[in-house]
Design a protein around this ligand. Structure first.
Ligand SMILES: C[S@@+](CC[C@H](N)C(=O)[O-])C[C@H]1O[C@@H](n2cnc3c(N)ncnc32)[C@H](O)[C@@H]1O
Length: 620
């Protein structure tokens, strides 16, 4: 900080002469610390501190800065608080450590506390790397300052460097062995470290919780994957080893989110762009992840961009920046947001863990519940309308599993849109490509064969939308469409795999679903068959998620139980099938977990499919 040269000179010897005057009328002769470039005059500091007036003056000024910083902190004005703490540290620094005469009262305490509070203000802004630097400074002044150690660990946690976070927390615990907050954070970081290394996430407890509960944090995890160029779709993600269905491929926490109350995509993207730009300051890792999202020289990501090292996405890896990267421009970030953001709200199902909605609300302002987000590594997945992975988002974390057994070298795909979407081409226009996935090609081929049934379905749909009630006409309409579809599938003039047949059923899944609602008009056996057809149809397009998929599996189990009895081969088969679905969606749950989940989250009374009877009593 520059200052007029005259006041600089006043720090020399002549100033001592003025001291008595200054002491006698302190108010008028007030010298403000900001007027003095202390760093240029450190040699005078010991002498300065010998004098009680100057010592008091400096102490008072530092306390004022610190206090003002605290006021901003209390008002959650983090940036302003950081500025004030930084000023305080800047002025206090020359009075610290070796420069300060023994016994001086200013010494390090104010410096340590200001630096420590600054860490917290930076943590609150998710500026992890700066928080870490501030922590290192605070700990240079006092290596045993427990709060600073704790906050340093939180900065490592934010950077997903859980191993280092644990070792700092262990140090803090040695100093304060009974500190509960440190113990809890250490347990949490140990668990996150375990997740990041092993890919073991225990989700059964989450499922069994009654009522809304906060969603825990999960670590990122990267399975056997690599990023490679494709021939027509830019870069993509590929398997590096053979995997079984259900294998966890990656877990990735959303980096930034943008929300809108009215599902306004522009508003979402602007919010997202702002958040990404802001977070570009949070760490080199984040900045590089954003950088790699668009490295092609043209605006078309299909011209292959630079391939990022996979280490960049692995928590606690040795990745380090090899070059300086500038924060991209607003337009550059907006472009990345357009082609790399995915809906967040559609993956948070109402029948999910904790309070999916409020968890997202915590990330975004007020009730803006339509949310898009950007995830680092998942941004490199290309799209398919029948993806070979299933995704499930819990809070910020996206879990991606293999939807089927696959060989090393397979390109992995996710769906950018709801796979139920009828107008998929229209939905995909944001991403600027025409989908040529197997399902789209198959759909185009068979569409003429099912045109009558499609028209019938559309009529039924508009009737339902208008009347909002179920009546016999709708029941009969559903039965007719299903019979036609099943008959046409049976007699298909072209070769089709089971999966392709299920894609056709999936196109009509609303009709199957509506018929199921007429529980009193269909026999239990027919109901079970309908359930099974619907489930296979869902599975064929990888509609994963606790909401529809597992609910249906549990409903089948209950329906089979009441029709065939517990212990019957049909019941055992339905139970095996349900466990298979659990594994595919949530990872391996043992029999005990399955039982626990069935008794809580999937208890019979909770399941709409089990409760539903024909809603219009006049039907019977
Ligand atoms: C989320 S990015 C996927 C990664 C991208 N391939 C890259 O190299 O950065 C989305 C972009 O990838 C391309 N893409 C994704 N799926 C595609 C597909 N099925 N066919 C053609 N292009 C696709 C489109 O250009 C789209 O805008």
């Amino acid at each position: 900080m520059d200052m007029p040269s005259s006041s600089c000179q006043s720090l020399g010897k002549p100033m001592v002469v003025e001291l008595t005057r200054a002491q006698t009328s302190r108010a008028e002769n007030r010298i403000q610390l900001k007027d003095i470039n202390l760093n240029n005059h450190v040699k005078y500091i010991p002498a300065l501190l010998q004098h009680p007036f100057y010592k008091e003056l400096i102490k008072g000024e530092l306390e004022k800065l610190h206090h003002k910083g605290n006021l901003y902190f209390k008002k959650s004005l983090w940036q302003e608080a950081v500025e004030l703490y930084s000023k305080c540290i800047h002025f206090a620094r020359p009075f610290s450590i070796e420069r300060v005469p023994a016994g001086s009262e200013i010494k390090r305490d104010i410096l340590v506390v200001a630096a420590s509070n600054r860490i917290q203000a930076l943590l609150n802004q998710r500026l992890w790397q700066r928080a870490l630097l501030s922590a290192e400074e605070a700990l240079r002044y006092d290596p045993k300052h427990v709060k600073s150690l704790y906050r340093k660990a939180k900065a490592f946690e934010g950077l997903q460097d859980y191993k280092r976070a644990c070792s700092v927390l262990e140090k803090a615990l040695e100093i304060q062995p009974k500190n509960e907050a440190i113990k809890r954070t250490l347990d949490c970081c140990n668990e996150l470290y375990h997740q990041s290394v092993t890919g073991e996430y225990y989700l059964a407890n989450l499922l069994c919780r009654e009522g809304p509960a906060p969603v825990p944090a999960f670590s990122d995890y990267v399975g056997p994957l690599q990023i490679q160029s494709t021939t027509q779709k830019g870069r993509g993600i590929f398997l590096t080893e053979d995997v079984e269905a259900g294998k966890l491929l990656l877990v990735s926490n959303g980096l930034a989110f943008g929300a809108s109350e009215l599902d306004d995509r522009e508003e979402q993207l602007w919010g997202l762009t702002e958040e990404i730009l802001y977070l570009c300051n949070s760490s080199d890792r984040f900045l590089h992840q954003v950088h790699y999202l668009w490295t092609s020289t043209t605006n078309d990501p299909r011209t292959t961009g630079e391939i990022p090292p996979i280490d960049l996405f692995i928590p606690g890896s040795d990745w380090a920046p090899t070059s300086e990267i500038e924060i991209p421009s607003w337009e550059g970030v907006l472009g990345r947001a357009v082609t790399n953001s995915f809906d967040a709200h559609r993956t948070i199902l109402p029948f999910t863990f904790g309070e999916g909605k409020s968890e997202l609300a915590a990330l975004t302002p007020k009730d803006k519940m339509s949310v898009v987000g950007i995830w680092g590594l998942p941004s490199f997945f290309n799209h398919s309308c029948a993806p070979n992975t299933s995704t499930l988002t819990i809070g910020r974390a996206m879990f991606v599993r293999a939807a089927e057994a696959m060989a090393a070298g397979t390109e992995l795909t996710i769906s950018y849109i709801c796979t139920e979407e009828i107008n998929r081409d229209g939905m995909l226009h944001h991403w600027n490509f025409k989908c040529r996935c197997q399902r789209c090609i198959h759909d185009r081929k068979i569409k003429p064969l099912f045109q009558d049934s499609l028209d019938d379905m559309n009529q039924l749909r508009s009737k339902l939308e208008q009347s909002m009630t179920l009546d016999l006409e709708i029941f009969e309409g559903c039965s007719r469409v299903i019979a036609c579809v099943e008959d046409a599938i049976e007699k298909l003039p072209i070769e089709a795999s089971d999966r392709e047949k299920n894609w056709i059923r999936f196109t009509f899944h609303n009709v199957y679903f509506t018929k199921l609602r007429f529980a009193s008009l269909i026999s239990p056996k027919e109901r079970i068959e309908l359930f099974k057809l619907l489930q296979k149809a869902y599975e064929s397009v990888s509609v994963a998620g606790v909401g529809s998929h597992l609910q249906m599996g549990a409903s089948i189990l209950y329906a089979v139980q009441s029709e065939y009895g517990e212990g019957s081969p049909e019941y055992m088969e339905a139970r095996r099938e349900l466990r298979r679905q659990f594994t595919r969606t949530l990872g391996n749950l043992n029999e005990e977990d399955v039982e626990k989940v069935l008794k809580t989250k999937f208890a019979k009374d909770n399941l709409w499919y089990c409760r539903c009877t024909a809603e219009d009593k006049s039907l019977t």
